[in-house]
Design a protein around this ligand. Structure first.
Ligand code: VG1
Ligand code: CO
Length: 544
């Protein structure tokens, strides 16, 4: 079949952010918009020609249409084989797993993660490299560069591929294999965790849990793994049908958006364990009865207990966390005598460390945790890891975390988000902070003395690449920190993220309400950055 060449012209702003290109659906629906970006991938990632591409998404509005467009373009660009998830569904970690398992040359993942879906909401696309992880900056820069000069794309004229039947089909000279979205991923999870112990925990009858799939991609994965393979009670998975608009929900697993789940874990009759994942299945929230585990603590607890899970019984070789993530994991790394790395925000910065065998676990404060089993953060993996710990230790979530604080100290932590702020005002706010930085060290604010203040710059220890201007860090004596940066995943205005952390070694002071414990630092951050004066916002929109 002859490829046809369609002429096109560049669109502005096709620069991938923290995690791929995210825009409103209507932006993606403009003629040639998606095509330009995809062609830029094929033009720069030349190994895809003659190779294998993995393709799937989180099932949001426009997922199926985008997949058909990409399949025709892949055929025209000489891709030999595409592995596409049944129904167009692949969670982000499952896509990573499949790229690695079948040694594909890369993958395209269609998702805007935790952003809402629907005709007026968000869509996104992300290219993952052959190691299974998000493309590093050098690759996304090259793709972006190409979008600025693109003048044609290639496609073929062909009928839509049936995505709902598992099996093989031809599209021009290309093979399209529609694969089960869940089985490879489920097999990987079985190889890492003690499924027998978890099954016994469910069989004991004294343990009750719910998993909230938030009508997003993890429904089928969680039902297969938790209910079928592990024997959790039917109905354990709630909101388990992936819907194009996530049931009008905001598929972001936090205390604000996963309200229904939070309620189920409240009070004397509350569930023992609650967990949730986001739109594309890479985030996780962990709850005990009347207890919320901050993602930063979750990383630290998993690191300290990793040897209890079969996949990590030999111990871990190192830990990495993103810069704004609390330093709780650093203390575990120190105790274990393993390396600890601080990277910029975004999973792409963990790839080299994982590939080089420098780290086993990594995580972000934004409900992301993962390991070297794939190259993406992995929501259900974190949930299974916690279930493995609960099954082995036979303690409650709260007991495990409180014991952890006793051993390592507690890093009080919160993130305040000011969403859809006017872009210029947000930019000015950060510029103003940059000007203040050199004069801050040594200054006292109440009980807090500034030890260092900088705009975080990261030099990748594996390939030496430098990523500058990654966020404002203000560190205080004793380990407290204020971090501020602008989001790179939003589709409307700017989002200012303010991260606050305070270390408390004294167990007698480990059970204060978080916002109260951090109130003085929160105030310092607001005043230093002049948040209200510059954004007009007296309070954040979301607190996690
Ligand atoms: C946010 C989080 C970041 C995460 C990214 C992608 O980015 O802060 O930690 O890696 O989302 O996660 P930003 O630039 O908006 O702060 V996901 O689940 O949206 O792929
Ligand atoms: Co996500």
């Amino acid at each position: 079949m002859q490829a046809s060449v369609v002429s096109t012209a560049p669109f502005e702003g096709q620069k991938p952010g923290t995690s791929g290109l995210r825009k409103k659906v209507r932006v993606f629906q403009q003629p040639h918009y998606l095509e330009n970006f995809v062609q830029a991938v094929f033009d720069t990632q030349t190994r895809l020609a003659g190779g294998t591409l993995v393709l799937g998404g989180d099932g949001r509005f426009y997922n199926r249409e985008a997949i058909q467009i990409i399949l025709r373009m892949a055929a025209a660009n000489g891709v030999a084989r595409v592995l596409v998830g049944q129904g167009g569904i692949l969670s982000t970690p499952a896509a990573s797993c499949i790229i690695r398992k079948y040694q594909a040359q890369g993958g395209l993942i269609l998702s805007a993660s935790h952003n809402p879906g629907g005709p007026d909401e968000d869509f996104g696309i992300k290219f993952n490299i052959d190691a299974g992880g998000p493309a590093p900056e050098a690759v996304t820069d090259a793709i972006y560069e190409r979008t600025t000069t693109i003048d044609r794309y290639l496609t073929i004229d062909a009928d839509a591929v049936d995505l709902d039947q598992v099996g093989s089909a031809r599209l021009g000279a290309m093979t399209v294999e529609v694969i089960d979205s869940v089985s490879d991923y489920a097999a990987l999870m079985e190889s890492l965790f003690d499924f027998d112990a978890i099954r016994q925990l469910f069989d004991s009858g004294s343990f009750r849990m719910a998993f909230d799939a938030m009508n997003a991609v993890t429904g089928p994965y969680a039902k297969e793994i938790l209910e079928r393979r592990l024997g959790a009670a039917p109905g354990t998975v709630i909101n388990g049908e992936p819907l194009p608009d996530f049931g009008h929900g905001h598929p972001d697993p936090n205390l604000v958006h996963a309200r229904e789940l939070v309620e189920l874990t409240r009070g004397p009759n509350g569930l023992d364990f609650g967990a949730a994942s986001d739109g594309d299945g890479d985030r996780n929230m962990i709850l005990g009865r009347d207890f919320f585990v901050t993602p930063s603590d979750s990383l630290a607890v998993l690191a300290a207990n990793a040897h209890l899970a079969p996949g990590y019984k030999a111990g871990i070789c190192g830990i990495a966390r993103s810069m704004p993530t609390s330093q709780a994991a650093d203390r575990v790394a120190e105790a274990l005598g393993v390396e600890c790395f601080e990277t910029p925000t975004g999973w792409k910065f963990f790839g080299n460390l994982l590939d080089a065998g420098r780290i086993t676990l990594c995580g972000e404060e934004s409900f992301g945790t993962g390991s070297d089993h794939v190259r993406e953060k992995d929501g259900l993996w974190a949930v299974l890891f916690w279930l493995n710990l609960l099954a082995v230790r036979r303690q409650s979530v709260a007991e495990i975390v409180i014991e952890h604080w006793r051993a390592f100290g507690r890093n009080y932590y919160t993130r305040h988000d000011y969403e859809a702020v006017e872009s210029d005002a947000a930019g000015d706010l950060v510029d103003h902070l940059r000007i203040l930085l050199p004069d801050l060290p040594g200054k006292r604010f109440g009980n807090h003395t500034v030890a260092y203040a900088d705009d975080f710059s990261y030099t990748d220890p594996v390939d030496g690449s430098v990523s500058a201007r990654q966020g404002i860090r203000i560190g205080f004596e004793g380990g407290s920190r204020i971090v501020m940066r602008l989001s790179g995943t939003g589709t409307q205005g700017a989002t200012l993220r303010v991260y606050i952390e305070q270390y408390e070694p004294d167990p007698a002071r480990h059970e204060q309400p978080v916002q109260e414990a951090l109130a003085p630092l929160i105030l310092i951050a607001r005043e230093l950055a002049q948040i209200e004066a510059r954004t007009g916002r007296a309070e954040p929109d979301v607190i996690t």
